[in-house]
Design a protein around this ligand. Structure first.
Ligand code: AMP
Length: 249
């Protein structure tokens, strides 16, 4: 069984992003870019399934600019077998990515697609769900445990107030939550090995997908600045302030 793992190149989670002065978006010029953390978890999970003998091939896919190749090389250093770059300079929104992934799914016929639950740049949390809908396949989102056997996946999902365990038949779409696993460190020998692995490049037109944005960003603004804190002399004053000024107790 093949597994398709979409990986997005995003601003590194350690970078404090700055909104552009014209409020059209976030400034990503000269900023460190990395693989979306939830996608690292997805690659790790797919590689672990391969190590368990459940999966035969892990294919990483990234949609975006030429530099997404670096993200794909990282996925292959973690253990993905090969990679596909869907190259475009267009701004890609979740529906466009889901359509591109559907086209690749139709071509590769994987038993599973494991995506991140959300990309930490746009925080959309939509692509996996849209892909499942376009493919008319079962989906298990926010996975914290995945077991694959007998043509089914038993997935524990992180839901409000607890965990839900569901069984879905394959092929299916799974999205990862933070507690699913801890991705391994990428070692230098594996980085070197990854350089030799197969990386194919296609264009959205080759897949017959129109990726034009459907949503228009009106403006992006910084969160409101937090006011300075005050020191209180004792607990009684704190309680009084919480009661009378903040009115939270
Ligand atoms: P989102 O719906 O944008 O929050 O993204 C959810 C997941 O979809 C990500 O964690 C990735 O696994 C996948 N994804 C989104 N955009 C891309 C992209 N441009 N290339 C590859 N995978 C993507």
């Amino acid at each position: 069984m093949k597994v398709l793992v979409p990986v997005k190149r995003v601003v590194d989670y350690n970078v404090k992003v700055r909104v552009k002065s014209d409020n059209t978006g976030v400034d990503i010029a000269n900023v460190k870019m990395s693989m979306n953390p939830f996608d690292e978890i997805a690659v790790e999970e797919a590689v672990r399934l391969k190590e368990k003998g459940v999966v035969t091939e892990v294919i990483a896919v990234s949609c975006g600019v030429q530099q997404c190749q670096e993200t794909l090389r990282t996925a292959m250093a973690i253990g993905a077998d090969r990679a596909i770059l869907v190259q475009t300079d267009e701004e890609l929104q979740p529906l466009a990515v889901a359509k591109l992934l559907k086209a690749l799914f139709d071509k590769e016929q994987p038993g599973l697609v494991i995506l991140g639950k959300q990309a930490i740049d746009d925080d959309c949390n939509q692509t996996g769900q849209m892909l499942a809908a376009l493919l008319d396949l079962p989906q298990a989102t926010f996975a914290s445990k995945v077991e694959v056997a007998d043509g089914k996946a038993k997935v524990t999902r992180e839901v409000d107030g607890g965990l839900e365990t569901i069984s879905i038949s394959l092929p299916a779409v799974i999205t990862t939550d933070l507690r699913l696993n801890e991705p391994r460190y990428v070692t230098l020998p594996n980085i070197m090995k990854a350089k030799k692995k197969q990386l194919d490049t296609v264009k959205p037109e080759d897949l017959g997908v129109d990726v034009k944005p459907r949503l228009k960003t009106l403006k992006v603004t910084e969160p409101a600045k937090r006011g300075a804190g005050v020191k209180v002399p004792d607990v009684a004053t704190l309680v009084a302030k919480l009661k009378n000024e903040a009115k939270v107790i």
